[in-house]
Design a protein around this ligand. Structure first.
Ligand SMILES: *Cc1c(COP(=O)(O)O)cnc(C)c1O
Length: 223
């Protein structure tokens, strides 16, 4: 299957599960996750009408996207991988949305660099809903404090994001994240990947992050 055919199939699934939940199709944003894939794959998706892309790494994105924006001004780029503070400035210049804000130090770095760069992407707080030791994200008990810090800094906070533990059924995590976002008055819930985006759509995801179902499998050890 081509990238265009894969996109159409994913889109059809989103429509079906949105309808099941009584949601409008356009309340769900499909982020095509192109990490590790060449720029040609991104161009193929753009030609099929896909405008929203996700990447894990700042440096990889710098090589792939800047020259595409001239031809596709509606292109929207989302950072969905961890952000180190030494890359904050580059990330603010390149991305439209950052899904992985997860610590006070990063919030302060973003607030400072946003002044210098003169722009700030929309921001999501990554929540470690499974409370896993090795996983990025703030613990659920710490979300409110981080949200408050971002509001104090006048940052454009838009929502929450999660990656459920691989061994868990995702539905409980998605329902939890959606409820938490609603409670905090945040419009975006970024949840669901190739294996579980239908469930996420049913449970209220506003952004699903789909990679391999669109671009094919990635080599192991990349992420
Ligand atoms: C890689 C990645 C995805 C996409 O994963 P697929 O299983 O290929 O759809 C989504 N979200 C994050 C945070 C990722 O790192």
């Amino acid at each position: 299957m081509s990238i265009a055919e894969n996109l159409a199939a994913v889109d059809e699934q989103i429509l079906r599960y949105a309808e099941r939940a009584g949601r409008a199709r356009d309340s769900v944003n499909l982020i095509a996750v192109a990490k590790t894939k060449p720029q040609d794959a991104v161009i193929e998706a753009l030609q099929a009408g896909q405008m929203i892309f996700g990447e894990n790494r700042v440096q990889e994105s710098q090589g792939k996207y800047p020259d595409l924006r001239a031809d596709w001004p509606d292109l929207e780029l989302h950072l969905i991988g961890p952000l180190q503070t030494n890359k904050t400035k580059d990330a603010l210049a390149l991305f439209d949305v950052i899904h992985t804000v997860d610590r006070p130090k990063l919030v302060r770095s973003i607030a400072k660099e946003a002044q210098t760069v003169g722009r700030c992407p929309k921001l999501l707080v990554q929540v470690n809903t499974g409370e896993e030791d090795q996983k990025a994200g703030v613990l659920p008990s710490e979300v409110e404090a981080l949200v408050q810090l971002m509001r104090d800094e006048n940052l454009p906070l838009a929502g929450l994001m999660c990656i459920p533990p691989v061994e868990d059924a995702p539905a409980g995590h998605f329902a939890f994240l959606k409820r938490l976002a609603d409670d905090l008055g945040l419009p975006f819930a970024s949840m669901g990947m190739s294996g579980d985006y239908q469930t996420a759509v049913e449970l209220g995801a506003t952004h699903v992050r789909v990679g391999s179902a669109i671009f094919g499998v990635r080599p192991p050890l990349s992420h």
